[in-house]
Design a protein around this ligand. Sequence first.
Ligand SMILES: [Ca+2]
Ligand SMILES: [Ca+2]
Length: 418
Amino acid sequence: MQHSCKAFVTASLIGLTLPGSATVSTYYINYYRSQYQTADNAPAGPNYYGFSAFLITSGPSEATAGNLTGAAGSLPMQWDNGTILVHYGPSQNSIAEMQASYPSGNYTFNITAGPLAPVSGTLPVAAIHYPNRDPWLDSGTYGALQNATANVAKPVSWGTFTSTGAQPFRATSFNVVDMTEISLAHTNGGDQTYVADTLAANKMKSGHRYFYGLVFNSYYQWPNQGFGTAQGSVSYPSQTTGYFNVKANPGTIAGKITLEANPYINGKNIRMITRRAGTNTILDTRVISLGYEGYYAFEPGTTGMVDVYFKGDYWITKKVTNINLGVGQDNVNATLFNGDCNGDDVVDLTDYTRVLLAFNSISGNPGFDVSADLNGDGTVDLTDYTILVTNFNKLGRARGDSTQVRVTQGRHGVPTLG
Ligand SMILES: [Ca+2]
Ligand SMILES: [Ca+2]
């Protein structure tokens, strides 16, 4: 702690108030297990076990390298270029495997580089003692969430639990993520007596897809283990995750967009044009940002039968016809073909040239062209070339249809090709 003391003295002499001195804020070990809920009863059983360790400092770059030594040998800790050192262990198949790989005993966090180094703190780890049962949504509340009515509050409930072991604390948390708009729809927590909650009506949105996580955690705390007053803890969280959809109301179009050959789909812009079915009459135009896994939902503000055109930056238009807005549309799904580097809705020689000019470049190089990196992996190589060649001559909009469907106007650093 010499650095901290010195900084404090210097600041006092010149009459400053320090915003906070460099220190370890918290450090902890997780013996994590998780399972999926797919029906209105207990999940079949844990399908994942994982060990992880975190050390978090009060400010950036205070601990830039470290490791964890002791009962499990020497485990590397990665720095995230911010305030966290972390070790993620590989997936384990059972409690027995977990116990064998990460046995009870002392685990020492060593900071080996950065202003705080060298300093260590040791956590005594007891034998694994998970909560005595898995968490899950019970009393029919899981089933009631599936295809629930939009804008109607939904109660959810689960059971309580106990746990054994030295100094056991117990905590329950319940979080719901709106996958369609990428937002936290609900977050709450308490001890083991927190056994029910209600999802607010205004969070149950027409046609949206949701993900939830319910966690029972058994943990204990060890203060003063070498990092000043920072609190260390060892946790045995058991999480159950699941999904549900809120039914689309009449007038809502919802579903899932797949962008061919590119997994980085969250937040990608899609231009949508809604037309009167079988005509060129445009009823609605908008750009929406895709949710997790490509989920989307929107209300074009019209009725009757429509066609919808979907266009992505480097993906050509896909048209879905004869959508009836008189009923809620939950599954208007579309896969968009990749390869349209310049966004003019056709995969042709212009796009081919871009890939060739940027071939063998990586992100950060002067020759790199993000619009030629069709699979989004940060390099322009044979994979991108193959995507383009596979879709060569594919055309998005109908021939003779002059409607502009370009999503992004212009590209940075891309040469103009004749
Ligand atoms: Ca093109
Ligand atoms: Ca690529």
